[in-house]
Design a protein around this ligand. Structure first.
Ligand code: BES
Ligand code: MN
Ligand code: ZN
Length: 493
């Protein structure tokens, strides 16, 4: 089946002047209307409160409130503005507008506003009817053009992750996901993608991926994306970051089948893999000078005569055996292979996996916060910092040592589903495959999906974690490099 096309995103660009005759948007702060920029002070109409995200229109001019001016407020402002403008465009309103931002606005605020505007109007719809008119272009009048460009790259990564995860599973199987990664990387210089098929996986003993994928008529894949640092020297000397994302293109639960209610949502069970693919694209687009590898073990967890069973013992890449007790705990089995493969063949300095892994984590932290587990405090701190800057919230969870002994099995090396707190025991199982490498595990079962709009998020797949992973990679890049100057003092091209 042909891939359905997602709704085209709005182009958010920087500009230096307002265009004559083009509808304008002004930004309002509570009680501080003079910060509107040159010629914009003075008469803010009544009813314009400045509350974050409050949008109003007076005489053809839009006003959007930026609240207290915290980055989160600016993200909210951009998102609610674009939603209001799309709604107006559907009623015949303008499809291109200029936004005058306060002239002294700091780049972080400009970036947050641009990000909100680029993501808040996201929509995924497969329809036979003609799409209604929507806003095509939003020009932000600001001197901080670099901040707008950066926001556009980050928004494009989130959008890619959302598109991949929203794609229905009659279209999206492991081969489709792998081909989508190839397509996404095609026009990104230096980003390499290799796709391994079921034969390759069998020859090398990826028993977890093969067991989980064995029940489906659509065979598993392993996607490997490589960014070697852009020839900046970071490739050889800098740290090697390996990202692993769960790529279950649909999760029926297998023989331990899920209840019908809510099962359709399991088309987004490859959201971790989507975040990894999107992060690699973003990292390569920003040409970050460090080596990053992305691994996405992709499989469909299905029910058939060839499906794996509860009670099976499987052998992972590298030889470790697992006693399977529940075929619905499939994510950790495919991740175990990929983590072991990373540790044994890629010499990572830092290892991070991201997965819609447990319903337990969704119950624990809700749907707006991801669970963060780490064997390394520095890596945890980098992830928390990157999440904060990206507008993605994480909460660090403990790898409880009293629960760790329950990972041992009587008949195999490890037990797939140890008793105890589900999100934590899943993390403890994964830890068995990480060797001595500093490792973090991100459980995004909650925030990978939204059922209502808030901030820059809209219902459906959220693209959660893609921006955090890009920010994590950036955290190893020196300030001189981030500013566009290479280690040898030359300006990078
Ligand atoms: N993909 C699910 C986890 C999930 C649940 C993600 C809800 C998003 C929303 C995962 O494969 C799963 O089924 N986990 C089981 C593990 C259990 C059998 C130990 C779960 O959480 O119930
Ligand atoms: Mn499952
Ligand atoms: Zn799953």
């Amino acid at each position: 089946m042909r891939a359905p096309l997602p709704t085209p995103p709005v182009a958010v660009e920087a500009a230096t002047t307002l265009r004559r005759g083009v509808p304008a948007v002004l930004v309002a702060f509570p009680g501080d209307p003079v910060r509107l920029g040159p010629g914009g002070g003075g008469d803010v109409p009544t009813g314009v409160t400045g509350k974050a995200g409050a949008t109003t229109r007076h005489d053809g001019t839009w006003y959007v409130g930026a609240g207290d001016g915290a980055p989160g407020d600016w993200r909210t402002a951009g998102a609610s503005l674009i939603r209001a403008l799309h709604g107006d465009a559907e009623q015949g309103g303008p499809t291109s507008l200029d936004v005058r931002l306060p002239t002294d606005l700091d780049p972080a605020a400009v970036e947050a506003f641009a990000l909100g505007a680029a993501l808040g109007g996201y929509r995924y719809r497969i329809t036979g009817t003609e799409a209604p008119k929507r806003v095509k272009s939003l020009r932000l009048v600001t001197a901080a053009a670099a901040a707008v460009d950066r926001a556009a790259t980050l928004a494009a990564a989130t959008t890619l992750a959302r598109d991949l995860a929203n794609t229905p599973s009659n279209v999206k199987d492991p081969a489709w996901l792998a081909a989508a990664a190839v397509r996404a990387a095609r026009d990104v210089p230096g980003l390499d993608v290799r796709v391994r098929d079921e034969r390759w996986l069998a020859d090398r003993g990826f028993g977890g991926v093969l067991a989980v994928g064995g029940g489906s008529a659509r065979p598993p894949r392993l996607v490997e994306l490589t960014w070697s640092g852009g020839g900046s020297g970071g490739g050889s000397g800098g740290p090697h970051l390996v990202l692993v994302g769960k790529g279950i293109t649909f999760d029926t639960g297998g023989i331990s089948i899920k209840p019908a209610q809510g099962m359709h949502l399991m088309r987004t069970d490859m959201s971790g893999g989507a975040a990894v693919i999107a992060a690699l694209v973003g990292i390569a687009r920003l040409r970050l000078p460090l080596r990053v590898t992305g691994l996405v073990p992709a499989a469909e967890n299905h029910v058939s005569g060839s499906a794996y069973r509860p009670g099976d013992v499987i052998r992972h890449y590298g030889g470790t055996t697992t006693e399977v007790t529940n075929t619905d705990a499939e994510g950790r089995l495919v991740l175990a292979d990929a983590l072991a493969y990373a540790v044994r063949t890629l010499a990572p300095d830092h290892l991070v996996d991201v997965a819609t892994l447990t319903g337990a984590m969704k119950v624990t932290l809700g749907v707006r916060t991801g669970g963060l587990f780490a064997t390394d405090d520095d890596l945890a701190a980098r992830l928390l910092g990157a999440g904060e800057a990206a507008g993605e919230r994480w909460w660090r969870m403990p790898l409880l040592e009293d629960a760790a002994e329950d990972v041992r099995s009587d008949i195999a090396d490890v037990r797939q589903c140890p008793p105890g707190p589900g999100g934590i025991t899943a993390a403890l199982f994964l830890r068995e495959f990480t060797g001595e490498v500093p490792w973090a595990h991100l459980d995004i079962a909650g925030p990978a999906r939204a059922d209502k709009a808030y901030d820059e998020v809209v219902p459906g797949a959220t693209g959660f974690a893609a921006r955090t992973l890009i920010g994590l990679a950036e955290s190893w890049v020196g300030a001189d490099v981030a500013a566009g100057v290479g280690a040898d003092g030359d300006t990078m091209g």
